[in-house]
Design a binder for this molecule. Structure first.
Ligand SMILES: C[S@@+](CC[C@H](N)C(=O)[O-])C[C@H]1O[C@@H](n2cnc3c(N)ncnc32)[C@H](O)[C@@H]1O
Length: 356
């Protein structure tokens, strides 16, 4: 998965393909509506105001839409950060982000800086990641009567080739990875023998490095996923690994390698555990609908002009996509992790599931 997504020049996120939006493979919340980033700005404003010298760091900024809309909204709220860092692994997305920001907020471009790695000096402010955790490589496993098997990828031979569409085949073998084996064993007996799913083993190290780069402030992670008891639910017995190609979703990562997106849902219990071990507080957890509503989506909608019929209808329709439970409202979650920041967080005042 790591190679398919990130091999320089060949991986899905490292080659020059159009990934986001109507002509790409998938569409994300900031691409659906500027209202998403405007709500986010309302959550960011009081946190930024807490610090004299404050920055925002965004991981994996996609097309740059969220950064542009967020900066516009923060400017209107008189709450611009002194700097807006973007940490992006994809060279072509970085270029797209520069074009978007140049077109939409040329006056604020001098505040934006692209980083190759996390800053050496810990920062004060906000770290954002929308749909970044789901793009991290996972290990696919199957619980056996004794032990744990892992889905390795092998080269197909004429005898075991699953189809003409791919030179690859699954090789399901006892895992050689002791961390994977140990963690999956802890899920027994809540998951039955034969259960197939996946695990993001890189998550704790990622959270630790993000925590280390924050001296004080908030990390906001937005993604599709569940708490562990729902993630590893007996009914979800084939896992959540999905592929997206030109807006078709399917579950075969062995085809269209490097051309299609591959993604897995996020285990938010694992995120919370990693955060606590990394010295962070878990300060809010809710679904996207409740977060956006608490951040003032209704007020933003009522400020729209109904006489501009086309825009009005378009924006209300987009807002529905963001919050309806059958669309993004329930599946997508927002988790706030904080360090040395003792204040109520706007997006979680209506619903906070941290202590459920
Ligand atoms: C699904 S896209 C989401 C893009 C954008 N945040 C949005 O919501 O439209 C995933 C993004 O994460 C980036 N990415 C994946 N792993 C990353 C990592 N370890 N560090 C920084 N960016 C990463 C990808 O290059 C891409 O920009």
């Amino acid at each position: 998965m790591n190679k398919a997504l990130y091999t320089p020049g060949l991986g899905y996120y490292s080659a020059g393909l159009c990934k986001l939006g109507a002509k790409g493979d998938f569409i994300t919340a900031p691409e659906i509506s500027p209202l998403f980033s405007q709500c986010l700005a309302r959550q960011c404003q009081p946190v930024l105001a807490h610090f004299n010298d404050n920055v925002i760091l965004e991981f994996g900024a996609g097309s740059g839409s969220m950064a542009a809309e967020l900066l516009k909204a923060l400017e209107q709220l008189n709450a611009l950060p002194s700097q807006y860092f973007i940490l992006e692994v994809s060279a072509d997305l970085k270029q797209l982000q520069q074009t978007t920001l140049q077109a939409q907020v040329p006056n604020l471009l001098d505040r934006v800086q692209w980083l190759e790695s996390l800053p050496n000096q810990p920062l004060q402010g906000i770290i954002l990641a929308n749909e970044v955790l789901d793009a991290m490589p996972v290990h696919c496993f199957r619980l056996e009567k004794e032990g744990v098997s892992e889905f390795y990828v092998g080269l197909a031979t004429p005898n075991n080739s699953p189809s003409d569409e791919t030179p690859y085949t699954w090789q399901v073998l006892p895992t050689q990875n002791e961390s994977l084996r140990g963690i999956v064993e802890t899920l027994r007996p809540s998951i039955p023998v034969g259960y197939v799913s996946e695990m993001n083993l890189a998550l704790p190290a990622w959270i630790q490095s993000v925590s280390d780069s924050l001296s004080a402030g908030m990390i906001l992670l937005i993604d599709y996923g569940f708490p562990r008891h729902e993630y590893y639910h007996p009914q979800r017995n084939q896992g959540t690994l999905m592929c997206h190609y030109q807006h078709h979703a399917h579950d075969n990562p062995l085809i269209l390698v490097g051309l299609q997106d591959m993604t897995a849902h996020v285990d938010f219990t694992a995120v919370a555990e990693a955060a606590l071990s990394a010295g962070l507080s878990v300060s809010g957890y809710t679904n996207q609908a409740n977060f956006l509503l608490a951040c003032g989506l209704p007020e933003l909608l009522s400020a729209l002009n109904p006489d501009e019929t086309k825009t009005y209808l378009q924006q209300t329709q987009q807002a529905k996509t963001l919050i309806l439970p059958s669309e993004m409202g329930e599946l997508f979650k927002v988790m706030a992790l904080t360090k040395h920041l003792d204040m109520p967080l706007l997006g979680f005042v209506q619903d906070d599931r941290v202590r459920l």
